[in-house]
Design a protein around this ligand. Structure first.
Ligand SMILES: Cc1cc2nc3c(=O)[nH]c(=O)nc-3n(C[C@H](O)[C@H](O)[C@H](O)COP(=O)(O)OP(=O)(O)OC[C@H]3O[C@@H](n4cnc5c(N)ncnc54)[C@H](O)[C@@H]3O)c2cc1C
Length: 561
């Protein structure tokens, strides 16, 4: 007889997104099982490295942000980007970026963007997960098949070590099985977008003492420009000897069996005198592809299984981290019984538009850096060559700036059409990819503000709903507290009387969800607090019927901080 394991949540795929779903559930004390067919050793082909400030904020919440900074990329490494015709050819431009330790602290977050290669980030998440009693993580376990019924999902899982099959019975299955997800395919969920923006071949290479072997200066990335445009790049993986060489081309040109990767690398180096060793190679397709559905009954889709985007900008995994945190509290709420019948549906309504937006921006970055650098004269030792390099340098600089300073993309996403946020009628601030202006307009990330005790406002959020009461007059919030209590919604009231904070949040009363997004704000307790609570916990009738916050209440309340 097959072994039977029961769990409320089965997460299939323990890549960075699956692991973050496990983290959020574990942090909430919710039972879950994660499986991955991989062996749990650091991945040979690390992809994600850029950790956005929002993902850093999540890591801060989970208590691992110091480890990301300590064990991630070396903090004193020069983060500049060089564009050149080859390492011994023309230097076209150099975009100066400071080492991580010298970054200017952004005013709108308690965290900065950071760099942590997947070879460190995934194991760090996996280790942290293991400290949660409620989480079980099994590597070398492959999902073979699954069946859904009215009350559960039954997954057939093969233990690759001993070739034994077991059944995992879960209330919900979260598909985090990456791009080309077999789970979405077997559900017949289609994707929309562009299947192939370009084809690339990655080679992970070791180059001991690289900086001493050329004169282009220290940098985290080198872009190689030929008459055909940007044809390759070299990116630091671990800040030591390991690098990733990416060759851009067509599907036919990049066929592994026909391609001499060593000679391509030598073309980029411009010399045979730089010794290197190829550790591994992998072809990949750059795409902009978004699943049409994020939920099918008891199955939820997250990370690359739901969306793929060009890595130009480094938004793929970070978008998946946003999925993880949106889903974590909703699954927890439903399993604990206070989440309403529509709460899990709001996951698609909130996260899919964000993926579409981020993927479009990433493709735009890619198009700019491809077209910016196309000039037949670029390698020539002539005045025309010089001019071509100047032009390429200028346009590449603009596109790289857009990638680096993408604060709006990273922090400014908001849940405009969410059925569980209550609009307050205020106009939407511009959705600028670079600029980010903090706003507590319902659906937005609740703004960061340093409190007198040294905490960030963000440190107040996470475990349940938080009602911020940001005024001196103490408006009576008893009706809201009682409505929350009646629905078993974890709810606390935090009093802070700081005028600047009130101005930043735009109202004296602001209701913040467990994921740190605002759900409602107003100048007085709403006249139907039970309806507000029902809407924000996914049990209400949606935004069209959302009650307005316009009526003062006189019921006394006890305040928890
Ligand atoms: C060159 C490159 C650079 C990038 N840089 C960045 C960056 O700087 N920042 C960023 O945010 N993003 C970046 N990305 C994107 C990022 O790598 C992905 O978005 C991210 O890895 C997706 O994580 P995931 O967990 O959804 O999927 P994956 O990392 O693909 O993980 C899926 C997991 O599912 C497992 N699995 C699959 N099928 C099964 C099965 N049947 N049973 C059990 N397990 C299964 C796999 O073994 C795997 O571990 C980059 C991508 C590329 C190509």
């Amino acid at each position: 007889m097959k072994k039977l394991v029961q769990t409320p949540v089965l997460v299939v795929g323990a890549g960075p997104v699956g692991l973050q779903i496990g983290m959020d559930l574990g942090w909430r004390g919710t039972d879950c099982v994660l499986i991955d067919e991989a062996n749990g050793l650091p991945v040979i082909h690390p992809r994600a490295a850029g950790i956005s400030p929002r993902t850093m904020e999540f890591c801060r919440r989970w208590g691992i942000v110091d480890q990301v900074r300590k064990f991630g990329f070396p903090a004193d490494f020069d983060m500049s980007v060089v564009y050149c015709t080859s390492l011994v050819g023309h230097l076209i431009g150099r975009e100066e970026y400071p080492p991580l330790q010298c970054q200017r602290q952004v005013p709108f977050s308690p965290e900065n963007q950071w760099r942590c290669p997947q070879t460190v980030f995934d194991p760090l998440l996996a280790n942290a997960l293991r400290s949660y009693e409620s989480v079980r993580l099994y590597y070398k376990h492959r999902l073979m098949a699954f069946k859904t019924s009215d009350d559960c999902v039954r997954a057939e899982v093969l233990d690759l070590e001993n070739d034994r099959t077991s059944i995992i019975e879960a209330k919900y299955l979260v598909a985090c099985d990456g791009a080309g997800s077999n789970i979405t395919a077997s559900l017949g969920i289609e994707a929309e977008g562009k299947r192939a923006l370009s084809y690339s071949l990655n080679a992970v290479i070791d180059i001991p003492g690289f900086f001493k072997l050329h004169r282009m200066g220290e940098a985290v990335r080198y872009l190689f420009i030929g008459p055909e445009g940007t044809w390759a790049n070299l990116t630091a993986v671990d800040g030591h000897d390991r690098w990733r060489f990416t060759l851009i081309g067509t599907e036919e040109k990049l066929e592994l069996s026909k391609l001499d990767m060593k000679s391509e690398i030598r073309r980029a180096f411009g010399t045979d005198a730089i010794p290197f060793e190829i550790v591994a190679m992998a072809p990949w397709r750059r795409s902009e592809s978004i699943a049409r559905e994020y939920r099918r009954g008891r199955i939820l889709i997250a990370g690359d299984a739901a969306h793929t985007m060009s890595p130009t900008g480094g938004h793929g995994m970070n978008t998946g981290a946003g999925d993880a945190v949106d889903l974590g509290w909703k699954l927890d709420a439903v399993l604990r019984g206070w989440g309403g019948a529509h709460l899990l549906d709001s996951y698609e309504a909130e996260r899919r538009p964000v993926a579409i937006r981020n993927a479009r921006n990433s493709s735009e970055n890619f198009r700019t850096w491809l077209s910016a650098a196309r000039s037949s004269d670029v390698t020539a030792d002539t005045p025309a060559g010089h001019e071509a390099r100047e032009t390429v340098s200028r346009t590449l600089r603009e596109s790289l700036r857009a990638e680096w300073d993408s604060w709006g993309i990273q922090l400014g996403y908001r849940y405009e059409s969410s059925p569980i946020c209550i609009p307050d009628g205020s106009p939407a601030p511009p959705d600028d990819p670079s600029d980010y202006v903090q706003s507590a307009r319902p659906g937005s990330r609740a703004p960061h503000f340093w409190l007198p005790d040294g905490r960030s406002t963000l440190d107040l959020f996470g475990r349940g709903f938080v009602l911020l009461r940001l005024c001196a007059e103490d408006p009576d919030v008893g009706p809201l507290v009682r409505a929350a209590t009646a629905s078993r919604v974890p709810f606390s009231v935090v009093d802070i009387n700081i005028a600047d904070l009130r101005d930043l949040y735009g109202a004296p009363l602001v209701l913040v969800r467990p994921d740190g997004h605002t759900a409602w704000r107003g100048h007085a307790v709403p006249n139907r607090p039970d309806e507000v609570i029902d809407v924000v916990r996914g049990a209400g009738r949606g935004r069209e019927h959302a009650p307005a916050g316009d009526e003062r209440s006189t019921v006394p309340v006890s305040i928890a901080t």
